[in-house]
Design a protein. Structure first.
Length: 105
């Protein structure tokens, strides 16, 4: 059973921790492409406590889960995806994926 639905623009279904890792490896930019200063700008603007609190309670992690769920957003699936994100990805990886998925405009 799939925990959550299609990735936002990837067309890749994220079903579990393994598919989350695959999605991250395909979508997240390398450190050379997206400097740490850019990632820290997201933290300053969106979630100043990102590096202090557990990722599961982080607005950035929760918003990333909502973005990955896309049109199939569900209040029951979002916390499950947030938990998988927070246990499978590092803080820097979460920020990198968030930076690639968030709309800036």
């Amino acid at each position: 059973m799939a925990l959550f639905a299609q990735g936002v623009d990837a067309g890749t279904e994220v079903k579990n921790a393994s598919s989350l890792r695959t999605y991250f490896d395909e979508k997240a930019p390398s450190a050379e492409v997206l400097p740490r200063s850019i990632l820290l700008t997201f933290v300053a603007a969106e979630d100043r406590g990102f590096f202090v609190r557990h990722s599961l309670r982080s607005p950035i992690t929760i918003y990333l889960a909502r973005m990955l769920l896309g049109q199939n957003y569900d209040k029951m699936k979002a916390p499950a995806l947030s938990l998988i994100i927070s246990t499978e990805l590092t803080k820097d990886e979460i920020l990198s994926l968030y930076a690639m998925e968030v709309y800036i405009g």
